[in-house]
Design a protein around this ligand. Structure first.
Ligand code: SF4
Length: 340
């Protein structure tokens, strides 16, 4: 079956997942979407496993008393409906709201559920903004998930960005190689290969949270990227009931390093409404992360980072002086920001 057929035949309703998993899931405020090829892996992992917890509905999603609708301030930095300019040198480009799966912990779950406000098809406006702001030298394709777009569409955007002299780097943030590894096909590899001629660096950043996501077909997809000399990095979200132990993170980062993926970011979880049951404190996160300094070589140790709520951007989450959290963080401008 082609990746597009796998995508189209995904489980999309509570009834479909309840029948497939033979489990009575609660009604939740957010949609579900799981391709069958991936749902089969979740069944094998079983209830309560890291795979189950990440993708299947939980009654706590309906808790509206905690968490933020826009936890990292996307709306604060949205320059038009396809471009988010939070950092001086780089911009997030959001050409689609579609994902290969719907992750229950997603920090954009409220934005994706209310897509009209932030996402729209306004590409020329975004391109003009980039031309008028030459300090932006990197475009990060995100979403949704950019690898859900057709090869033609990805090639079109790359050619358009190649016309902007100041853009030197492109990066793709994607969960697709883990969920639909068959998407990493010859056509996509050719498009990614072509990007190497337009830009100084082009990179793929795979979103992966647990070693059990690295099944044989996913490892093969990563190998196909490596064989084309495409730089592959990873990003991981620290999540309660998924990977909240030093051993779980060690196993994941070791396995990624063994498969020629550079672990790049470990994100502290964002305070997203409907996903607070995955949240853990900064103190807990620091205690889990600290022993990795002793167990992993520096090149296999990702940066542990936190997005300051409200749009202040990413800063280091690990504090070598103390596990305790004072309630204040220092933003990119050196100013103290109170978050507790
Ligand atoms: S793939 Fe990424 S954007 Fe899509 S639901 Fe998962 S975390 Fe959110």
């Amino acid at each position: 079956m082609s990746w597009t057929q796998e995508f189209k035949s995904a489980l999309k309703t509570r009834e479909e997942i309840s029948n497939f998993f033979n489990f009575d899931f609660p009604e939740v405020n957010y949609p579900v979407f799981i391709p069958i090829v991936f749902a089969t892996k979740i069944i094998q992992a079983g209830p309560g496993s890291p795979l189950w917890n990440q993708f299947l509905p939980h009654a706590e999603e309906n808790n509206v008393d905690m968490g933020r609708l826009d936890p990292i301030g996307d709306k604060v930095h949205a320059k038009n409906n396809q471009l988010i300019h939070r950092y001086e040198n780089r911009a997030l480009f959001t050409p689609t709201t579609v994902c290969p799966v719907l992750c229950r912990y997603c920090f954009r779950k409220n934005e994706l559920a209310d897509k009209d406000e932030i996402f729209d098809q306004k590409f020329q406006e975004a391109k003009t903004y980039l031309m008028e702001n030459p300090e932006i030298n990197e475009i990060i394709f995100t979403g949704g998930d950019p690898f859900i777009l057709s090869n033609e569409k990805i090639a079109f955007y790359l050619q358009e960005f190649a016309e902007i002299e100041s853009i030197k780097y492109v990066r793709f943030h994607t969960r697709t190689p883990v969920i639909l590894p068959s998407r990493i096909d010859e056509g996509l590899l050719a498009v990614l290969e072509s990007a190497k001629h337009f830009f100084k660096r082009s990179m793929v950043m795979i979103h992966i949270n647990h070693e059990s996501e690295l099944t044989e077909d996913v490892i093969d997809a990563i190998a196909r990227l490596n064989e084309q000399n495409i730089e592959v990095f990873s990003q991981t979200v620290l999540l309660k009931s998924v990977n909240d132990s030093t051993d779980a993170l060690y196993n994941l980062f070791s396995a990624l390093a063994d498969n020629k993926v550079k672990p790049y970011y470990l994100h502290h979880p964002d305070e997203a409404r409907g996903a607070m049951y995955f949240y853990l404190s900064l103190e807990e996160g620091r205690r889990i992360f600290a022993p990795l300094h002793n167990r992993l070589p520096g090149w296999a140790l990702p940066q542990y980072i936190i997005d300051i709520p409200g749009g202040e951007g990413k800063i280091p989450a690990f504090n070598p002086e103390s596990f305790e959290f004072s309630g204040e963080l220092i933003n990119r401008n050196g100013e103290k920001v109170k978050i507790r």
